[in-house]
Design a protein around this ligand. Structure first.
Ligand code: GLU
Length: 507
């Protein structure tokens, strides 16, 4: 596709504020920005918080902070305003209501009253027949009057998109060319949930239209949703934007990048001492090559040469070892020693960080010289976990179970402080019918590498959630490499047990 020189180009990144700020969001923001800068357009940050149960203000703030740390700034967004706001979907509900009502009126969408049980039966029958599970259109047989009366009487319902029964959806994807998807594989998508909230599909299309987005640049996992989106554009009588789907980041084993196998939170990389420009460069390398093939490049350099024909569609592997190598090159080749010193100060060699560490160490110091070795685990990215000693006072298999439970519990903790951390350990000990004394050596070893160390809860508070969770994951892999890991079956059983004892597991 040619890069248009039209300065009305408008792009957006549209993350959901759930969990940690994901490197995948930064990757999408980077490619959107490189293209937008090239053509002199506007880049929008939209917060897709229609899933109220999973969305949080803390996650939203983390999105802002992480993108800013990386230097991936936006022209319009919830915190900077703009002419196309509000930029949070939860503040645009009236608009979605109006739009969905219009779809029902024109017959492009319809109310559906089917119970969860019925939908489940239909799905099971379709699976047994080896058909693509999808809604069977049952409520389409209701007349408009019947459906209207049931809606008016307050009966619980969703609104679904009406999908053609025959033929196929043929569309152009800018990087892949023509794509054909039979309508029989497209579900009658729920557009408005029974709680009145729009689903991603409705809100996303409505917003892209009203925010005048000209190029939707997003992950390839959305390609299969395009028929639904195009159907919506058609039903509204709107011209669709151009669609560009970037290849998904992958783990070294080629599976979709996941936090179980690789840290995915941008803040992990910040806390582990990576430079933002190296992270941005690495994300760029995932699917872009500069005309002169140079490996070290900035957003500005990427933008200068940006052309979609240079985007590669292979499954890019996000490999931390490669990122570390690239980061080293930045430290050696791009920064002077004085600049490195400044970076160190900005990172952890500063009063704010050391001021938190000194009170933890002071009781154990004999000389000032003890300080650096005693506290080194607080600035290291990772520490070596020795599988044999990791089990501490527990049986190794029991240690693996408890560490896994702790990993889930800490993932749910949004307010990261010493007291809350202590409360989690106490809860785990009580729930597992163990003494705190029995479980703590394992965690001391996993987090600090030693059983004699600084107070653990406060140390974890200083280390932060990302480094702590990554150390727990490393401890688990060390146990599993030594033959004490959780089997697939064991993990499934533990998930169930966790659900029953501690509540919902984090995603
Ligand atoms: N909220 C969606 C996500 O989190 C946005 C996808 C899109 O860009 O359309 O991936």
């Amino acid at each position: 596709m040619e890069n248009s020189s039209d300065n009305k180009v408008r792009t957006r990144v549209a993350p959901s504020p759930t969990g940690d700020p994901h490197v995948g969001t930064a990757y999408m923001a980077l490619f959107n920005l490189a293209f937008t800068r090239k053509v002199g357009g506007q880049f929008v940050l939209r917060i897709e918080d229609t899933d109220q149960a999973r969305s949080s203000e803390a996650s939203e703030k983390a999105i802002f902070d992480s993108l800013r740390w990386l230097g991936l700034d936006w022209d319009e967004g919830p915190d900077v305003g703009g002419d196309h706001g509000p930029y949070r979907q939860s503040e645009r509900r009236d608009l979605y209501e109006e739009q969905v009502a219009q779809l029902v009126e024109t017959g492009a969408a319809y109310p559906c009253f089917c119970s969860a049980e019925r939908l489940d039966e239909v799905r099971k029958a379709q699976m047994a027949n080896k058909e693509t599970p999808r809604y069977d259109g049952h409520c389409l047989s209701l007349t408009a009057d019947e459906a209207g009366a049931r809606v008016d009487s307050g009966e619980s319902h969703v609104i679904r998109l009406k999908v053609p029964t025959e033929g196929e959806c043929v569309f152009e994807e800018e990087l892949r060319g023509e794509i054909r998807i039979p309508w029989s594989q497209v579900d009658h998508q729920v557009l408005r949930k029974s709680d009145g909230f729009p689903t991603y599909h409705l809100a996303n299309v409505v917003d892209d239209h009203f925010m005048e987005i000209t190029h939707v640049i997003r992950g390839e996992e959305w390609t299969n949703s395009l028929p639904k989106h195009l159907l919506l554009y058609q039903a509204f009588g709107w011209e669709p934007p151009k669609f560009i789907h970037l290849p998904l980041l992958r783990n070294p084993d080629k599976s979709k990048l996941s936090k179980r196998k690789n840290p995915t939170s941008v803040f992990y990389y910040k806390d582990a001492g990576y430079l933002p420009e190296a992270v941005v460069n690495y994300l760029g390398m995932m699917a872009y090559t500069l005309p002169d093939q140079r490996e070290l490049f900035s957003l500005e350099e990427m933008a200068e040469s940006f052309d979609f024909s240079r985007v590669s569609l292979g499954g890019p592997i996000f490999d931390v070892t490669k990122l570390k190598w690239l980061n080293g090159r930045y430290l050696r080749e791009k920064l002077s020693p004085d600049e490195v010193l400044e970076r160190l100060k900005g990172w952890k060699l500063n009063d704010s960080f050391l001021g938190q560490v000194v009170p933890l160490a002071v009781q154990r110091l004999e000389t000032l010289a003890d300080f650096a070795p005693m506290t080194s685990f607080l600035s290291a990215a990772e520490i070596e976990a020795d599988a044999e000693s990791l089990a501490g006072k527990l049986e190794p298999a029991e240690a693996a179970r408890i560490v896994k439970v702790a990993e889930w519990e800490f993932e749910k903790l949004r307010d990261w402080n010493g007291e809350a951390i202590a409360a989690i350990f106490k809860r785990i000990a009580e729930t597992e019918d163990l003494k705190l004394k029995q479980i703590m050596p394992t965690f001391f070893l996993a987090i600090s590498g030693s059983t004699v160390s600084l107070p653990l809860f406060e140390s974890m508070a200083v280390l932060g959630p990302d480094l702590c969770r990554s150390r727990l994951r490393r401890a688990l892999s060390a146990l599993s490499e030594a033959g004490h890991g959780l089997s697939k079956k064991g993990l499934k059983a533990l998930e169930k047990e966790y659900q029953a004892k501690y509540g919902a597991r984090p995603d």
